[in-house]
Design a protein around this ligand. Structure first.
Ligand code: HOZ
Length: 423
């Protein structure tokens, strides 16, 4: 595919924006080549500035359950737009959005709206520390909870893609409050609690990891995290930025039947517009200002465009639970075409093809994947009109509007691309 306009734009972008992008993975350092600049999206497809069309499996990194420009979301945004773009004052729809989230995810008894997953992550940790009076957090290697200082330790996503173990600029005092452990390793968590009695405020986890590629929890692992946190007086935080309303209407906590103390939600609650939330047990959330002393604030929190878009999407999925079977079936069909020396991890409509024949159960095993082969595969797929996340360490997402024709074309493209990548 020709992409002269993208090439020119990328050169221009690099003169004004670090790496030419506003979020590192978009620079395609994980696969090489020039990122395509996107002109527009429609349903399951996106179109670049050179006029090339692709079946989109990024979906704005997960939230576009209904694809691009779904009529219910566009209508909600248009209506909201006629009333104003930002008030810095409460609106009725904010209550409705949080009430809808509560219906779908009953562990969330109260929630606070913020603007991004990063903001949700930094806020939820402050609340966990403020509530427990403890400072240490356990996170898992390869999990990514946004770029807040104390969470940027052995993180996944762009940090994994670029091979940066941690980030300069994070004060040692901050990273010292974080213990990073291998995902799915029960013994490591037991040892950390034994070594830091009554000091661990919370265990934060992506219940299905999406930021080291898709990695599912071993049977019983999330139950174990629930039990040990209860036993040790620590809080269990689920980061459902990717899994929320995706792997089930009530997220991973519904799928695995676990009730976390606190939950982070991201862009999915805005149907792709910038908004996020954290919430959980009333007793904990009541400690957030102004009802309690733990401070967190923001002018754009509960922005009316994002709130109305998210409300429209969540109401739609509440009324159409059948979309989950369709998304899961479509994803399973795509997943099934992998050859034996490629490992497929899939949970619902999230999946990753890892270029290793070994099982991928944590960050160490994800890193065994042959990223050069992944890069060849990515480009072969792109040449065939299929747009995947440009990193081995990101999950791909299928929406409710990917059609049978999209899936058939993707499977055909994947078979041809595996042959190229593995040759
Ligand atoms: N770190 C994000 C996904 N895990 C990528 C964000 C972006 O580039 O938009």
């Amino acid at each position: 595919m020709e992409n002269p306009v993208s090439n020119t734009l990328f050169e221009r972008a690099q003169r004004s924006i670090p790496g030419g992008v506003n979020s590192p993975v978009r620079a395609w350092r994980g696969v090489g080549g020039t990122p395509r600049f996107i002109a527009r999206g429609e349903g399951s497809h996106i179109f670049d500035v050179d006029g090339n069309e692709y079946i989109d499996y990024i979906g704005s990194w997960g939230p576009l359950l209904l694809g691009h420009r779904h009529p219910v979301i566009i209508e909600a945004i248009e209506k909201a737009l006629t009333r104003g773009t930002s008030f810095g004052a409460p609106t009725e729809e904010e209550i409705e959005l949080v009430e809808t989230i509560r219906r779908l995810m009953p562990s969330i008894e109260m929630a606070r709206l913020v603007n991004s997953g990063t903001e949700a992550g930094m806020s939820v940790l402050r609340v966990a520390r403020g509530f427990t009076g403890r400072d240490i957090t356990i996170k898992f290697e390869g999990c990514y909870h946004g770029h807040a200082d104390s969470l940027l330790v052995k993180a996944g996503s762009g940090v994994a893609t670029l091979g940066l173990p941690d980030s300069p600029g994070v004060p040692k005092g901050f990273s010292d409050t974080t213990i990073a452990l291998p995902f799915n390793d029960v013994g490591a968590v037991e040892r950390a609690f034994a070594e830091h009695p009554e000091q661990i405020a919370a265990v934060i986890v992506e219940p299905v990891c999406g930021n080291m590629g898709c990695v599912s929890p071993n049977g019983g692992y999330l139950e174990f995290l629930r039990q040990i946190t209860l036993r040790e007086g620590a809080l269990l935080i689920f980061d459902e930025v990717m899994t929320g309303f995706r792997v089930a209407p009530g997220g991973a906590q519904q799928l695995y039947d676990i009730r976390p103390d606190l939950t982070m939600l991201g862009k999915v609650i805005g149907g792709g517009l910038p908004i996020a939330a954290y919430g959980g047990r009333r007793e904990i959330m009541s400690r957030v200002a102004p009802s309690g002393p733990i401070y967190q604030a923001g002018t754009l929190s509960g922005n009316p465009l994002a709130v109305n878009a998210g409300l429209a999407m969540l109401r739609h999925i509440e009324q159409h639970p059948e979309i989950y079977d369709a998304m899961n079936h479509a994803t399973a069909t795509i997943a099934a075409c992998a050859p034996a020396d490629v490992t497929v991890n899939r949970v619902g409509s999230m999946m990753t093809w890892f270029f290793t024949p070994q099982p991928v159960t944590d960050y160490a095993t994800a890193k065994r994947s042959d990223t050069a082969r992944f890069g060849r595969f990515f480009h072969a797929m792109l040449d065939r009109g299929v747009y995947l996340p440009p990193s081995q360490f990101e999950a791909m997402f299928v929406s409710a509007v990917h059609s049978p024709a999209d899936i058939e074309m993707t499977v055909k493209a994947a078979r041809e691309s595996f042959a190229i990548a593995l040759s």
